[in-house]
Design a protein around this ligand. Structure first.
Ligand SMILES: Cc1cc2nc3c(=O)[nH]c(=O)nc-3n(C[C@H](O)[C@H](O)[C@H](O)COP(=O)(O)O)c2cc1C
Length: 375
């Protein structure tokens, strides 16, 4: 994909459509999971430089998320409340038929003028499936199903008389009309970082989302996924999760992080730690989300502290640029007090990132001065 490294870094935020905010902590959180708050947030976010919002899928209470709004319906509501924001709805293969989802997203895409997208998540929450009476597949089988699911979505979104014959899905002579307007089709993001997840991204996903990671942890994934993509002549972009605490001074920001962790809801974090053993940690190479997470990491349930976007606007911008250099095309961000923090990010952090990106571009355009050796 020539030139994607030089595209401006994109920004997404996690939609707080489940109760309890983005950290499993009893620290005061002024974030609300309800619709009115989220509608105002979406409008603020698109006016603050965010291009995407990612809704979460959770069907029942677990580890703090006592109340949840369903992701596809909620995403459509946010699309209708905004003008430019693209809204990514998280969905589970296994709980949706791909044809029914393809139809729903096609309508959402037409209604919103091409702003609908999906995040295909293969699942870690076993009870969510088994308590609904649905089978819980072994880890890598879940990914085999996800691959077929994505292939069916693409087939239905781009072809008339769609055909597909797989182990999980069989489609025969099926037409979806209207087709989505996004070209070539609504964007397909993928959550999951195990080896099976990486190979999936290298074959079919438009975007690979990394859980929160330090520089080396992120680079390692980018290199491996790019390798798989090259084998398949496939182009994939990278998004990285991070929890932002931006304050005027580093010590203020670090104090907030300390308070979040000190006030962690220990039972909920431990329950979550146990449940996510179903993810990459259950595979033979034990690679994947949460496979090496510590208690502190899990207080932000997508390891968001590890990305280190905590400090002054300048410090956060420096790290954002370093991640960009290492292959990030998008940063997926979570916040403590969403309305306040998203506004602060748009006003005080994003302009610094854009200025540093411009410097980077200028640096790339200016040839290195010739070093001549003197005798
Ligand atoms: C950015 C991102 C968002 C995710 N969102 C959800 C979600 O909303 N609901 C959910 O059940 N899982 C979500 N997941 C987790 C996926 O279900 C994932 O497939 C699972 O944890 C297994 O990951 P693994 O490949 O590392 O084993 C998300 C993952 C990422 C990286």
């Amino acid at each position: 994909m020539p030139g994607i490294e030089s595209e401006p870094l994109k920004f997404a935020y996690w939609v707080p459509n489940v109760s309890g905010g983005l950290v499993t902590s009893d620290i005061e959180q002024r974030t609300d999971w309800g619709y009115e708050y989220n509608r105002d947030l979406a409008v603020l976010a698109e006016n603050s430089g965010f291009e995407y919002a990612l809704s979460q899928v959770r069907y029942t209470a677990s580890y703090g998320a006592a109340y949840q709004h369903e992701s596809t319906g909620f995403s459509l509501a946010l699309l209708l409340a905004t003008q430019r924001l693209k809204v990514i709805a998280a969905i589970h293969p296994g709980l949706w038929h791909p044809g029914v989802l393809a139809k729903f997203i096609a309508s959402a895409d037409v209604i919103s003028g091409g702003r609908a997208a999906v995040n295909v998540v293969s699942g870690w929450f076993k009870d969510e499936f088994t308590n609904l009476g649905e089978p819980w597949l072994e880890h890598d089988e879940r990914y085999r199903r996800s691959e077929e699911f994505i292939r069916v979505l693409k087939e239905l979104w781009t072809n008339d008389h769609a055909e597909f014959a797989g182990d999980f899905y069989r489609i025969h002579d099926f037409d979806i009309k209207p087709k989505p307007v996004g070209r070539p089709h609504p964007e397909i993001f993928q959550g999951g970082n195990s080896t099976a997840a990486r190979k999936l991204a290298g074959r079919v996903s438009d975007w690979y989302f990394s859980n929160g990671k330090d520089f080396d942890g992120f680079s390692e994934q980018v290199e491996e996924v790019r390798g798989y993509a090259a084998e398949n002549d496939h182009a994939v972009r990278f998004g990285l999760n991070g929890f932002v605490i931006a304050r005027e001074t580093e010590s203020e920001a670090k104090a907030v992080l300390r308070e979040i962790v000190e006030k962690a809801n220990t039972d909920a974090v431990e329950g979550f730690r146990n449940a996510v053993k179903q993810a990459g940690g259950s595979t033979s190479d034990r690679k994947g989300m949460w496979a090496d997470s510590e208690f502190k990491d899990l207080v932000q349930y997508n390891d968001g502290f590890r990305t280190g976007l905590i400090g002054t606007p300048e410090q956060i911008a420096d790290r954002a640029i370093e991640y960009k250099k290492r292959g990030a095309n998008l940063l997926l961000l979570g916040f403590l007090h969403y309305l306040e923090d998203v506004e602060y990010f748009g006003k005080h952090v994003l302009p610094v990132i854009r200025a540093k990106e411009a410097d980077l571009e200028r640096g790339a355009a200016t040839p290195e001065p010739l070093v001549t050796s003197t005798p």
